[in-house]
Design a protein around this ligand. Sequence first.
Ligand SMILES: C[S@@+](CC[C@H](N)C(=O)[O-])C[C@H]1O[C@@H](n2cnc3c(N)ncnc32)[C@H](O)[C@@H]1O
Length: 284
Amino acid sequence: MTAQRLFSWARQTLSQSGVDSPDFDAKELCAHFLGLSREELILKKEFIPPKAAQEAFQAAVAQRAEGRPLQYILGEWEFMGLSLFVGEGVLIPREDTAVLVEELHARLGEQKAPRGLDLCAGTGAVALGLCSRRPDATVLCLELSERAFSYLKKNLSAYPEYQIASRQEDVLLPPQNFEEGSLDFLASNPPYIAKDELPTLQREVQREPQMALDGGEDGLVFYRAIASLWLPLLRPGGVFAVEIGETQGDEVSQLFSKAGGKKLSVKKDWAGLPRVVSGEWPGK
Ligand SMILES: C[S@@+](CC[C@H](N)C(=O)[O-])C[C@H]1O[C@@H](n2cnc3c(N)ncnc32)[C@H](O)[C@@H]1O
């Protein structure tokens, strides 16, 4: 089959199976499995890809049609210009999470060689995104899931130029081997979906690990743990930023304020929805 026919078949198959963005997905799969960029797809319409590539492409389209996320099929996804390994067992980094990284970056200001934590690190998107802006930062990533942790390690190994370490650890338990008042910053994009909302999520999101999404009965379990267990590790004047669900701005701000956080603010994402709560630890 020609590249043009393969592409048209893919777009139609994806559209009929209810994929939201059939054109985009078909192009991404063409680029990955047939080695044809968007431009080449137009210029080389009559090109006949090798049989093995055609079969791999058709298998990938079938997987996508039955709801497997595009990013898992590709095995890699871009976040803030960094290519990250992804697959079943780890959350796909979202564009909105860049708002968390940029807010932390802004809060850190001129401070030299800041040291801090990325709690619930997943692929390592937050730590890596921050270090791409601030290569002088040192970050320790904590992640509990075995499968997510293996992606985290693989992604950190792909960027040896950054000073990022990782530990497989439960952030809902009291911190071990940390000194109070020792950190310059704390970042987290924790699970924050309320348990009863999980079954209502889009079919692709349902394929992502429950553990990456489930924020307990009210979606706030991790914020309570961060406020009570982890904020006190910040030094006076240290900064924190967490990603939130769009309805959680007030509740999370109140939790952090009660725990002692100061200069709190809520930042919006590209769609204009509340997405990040940040602040400062008192005493400076
Ligand atoms: C919403 S995902 C965020 C992943 C990544 N930080 C990002 O922004 O793409 C939350 C992550 O928290 C991890 N997690 C869930 N429960 C945890 C716990 N008790 N301790 C540490 N990590 C946990 C999940 O495995 C998942 O990787």
